[in-house]
Design a protein around this ligand. Structure first.
Ligand code: ATP
Ligand code: ATP
Ligand code: MG
Ligand code: MG
Ligand code: MG
Length: 254
């Protein structure tokens, strides 16, 4: 700190070079679980979707949003969460590593901190970890396309996983057989297998599984005190069409 006397070693500080994020761009930080294929197996997650695990991800993301008010919206699916910061954010002077590492470590520690609340009967076998990256998007269209890309990814993976696990759990195929069965199939084929062989209409699967989770801040009037307060609201909606952005236009309007 500034009050500390400088030592002859002080010069090594000059070797540090932290990148500042380009002004006037949307800042996206995405965290993703490390080897969650293994983590979910070791902790007996329900396949294809463990809803408690998804709510734990949503909880960890809410903790991050509570701490960093410059996050306008977050989007999560599977073992990943994306955080969108205001384009005019001056958080840590837009220092890239500060922003990325604080968000990543708070997310990771909140995930572990709240583990027991969501999995009271499952002991953590080892500490999970998450990678993270920062991406800048210069236009609203780029930002929307980024979120659409993540939601399309959610859809593609979830459709695949839903059929795959139906073939394994209900069709009694081995993992390898199920994989072979799905090799080269289109979305329409997968929907067809679910419908004809497992009496499942994919469109009736829970929205959180199909669309992921959007977290936004909403002002609500407390029914008790009548005072306005801001809450973090989870939504499981389509982000790709215009409707969400028309309804929530204020998110991009800064
Ligand atoms: P920044 O967010 O910029 O890092 P900071 O308050 O964490 O701010 P540091 O320079 O990292 O500032 O200093 C760490 C602070 O924590 C110091 O005040 C230090 O005395 C205190 N601290 C760290 N470890 C211990 C410890 N084991 N016992 C007592 N105090 C500690
Ligand atoms: P990497 O370290 O490269 O990210 P990974 O094994 O985490 O490797 P991902 O592509 O991130 O690979 O995939 C995440 C894995 O975790 C997938 O296998 C997915 O099915 C599983 N998974 C994530 N969330 C859940 C959940 N809520 N329920 C069941 N399985 C989940
Ligand atoms: Mg410190
Ligand atoms: Mg992962
Ligand atoms: Mg992932």
């Amino acid at each position: 700190t500034s009050t500390m006397a400088k030592s002859k070693f002080e010069y090594v500080k000059n070797f540090e070079c932290d990148e500042n994020l380009l002004p006037n761009c949307w800042i996206v930080v995405r965290v993703d679980g490390k080897s969650f294929h293994k983590f979910t197996t070791k902790h007996s997650f329900k396949k294809p979707n463990d809803s408690q695990a998804l709510w734990l991800m949503n909880k960890a993301a809410s903790v991050v949003m509570d701490e960093f008010k410059d996050i306008l919206l977050s989007y999560g699916q599977s073992d990943e969460y994306s955080f969108v910061l205001r384009k005019d954010s001056m958080l840590y002077n837009r220092r890239k590593t500060k922003i990325m590492t604080y968000i990543n470590s708070l997310f990771s520690s909140a995930y572990v901190f709240f583990w027991n609340e969501y999995f009271p009967d499952v002991k953590l076998k080892y500490p999970p970890s998450f990678d993270s990256r920062v991406v800048l998007y210069p236009s609203d269209e780029n930002l929307r396309d980024y979120l659409s890309w993540r939601q399309a990814d959610c859809h593609i993976n979830n459709l695949y996983n839903t059929v795959f696990w139906a073939l394994v759990q209900k069709g009694h195929l081995t993992n390898t057989e199920a994989e072979q069965r799905l090799c080269g199939t289109f979305s329409s084929d997968k929907n067809e297998i679910l419908f004809t062989e497992f009496n499942t209409n994919y469109n009736n699967e829970p929205l959180m599984y199909r669309k992921g989770t959007i977290l936004i801040r909403k002002k609500i009037k407390s029914p008790k005190s009548g005072k306005n307060k801001i809450i973090i609201l989870p939504l499981h909606e389509d982000l790709i069409q215009d409707q969400f952005w028309k309804k929530n236009f204020e998110i991009l309007e800064i």
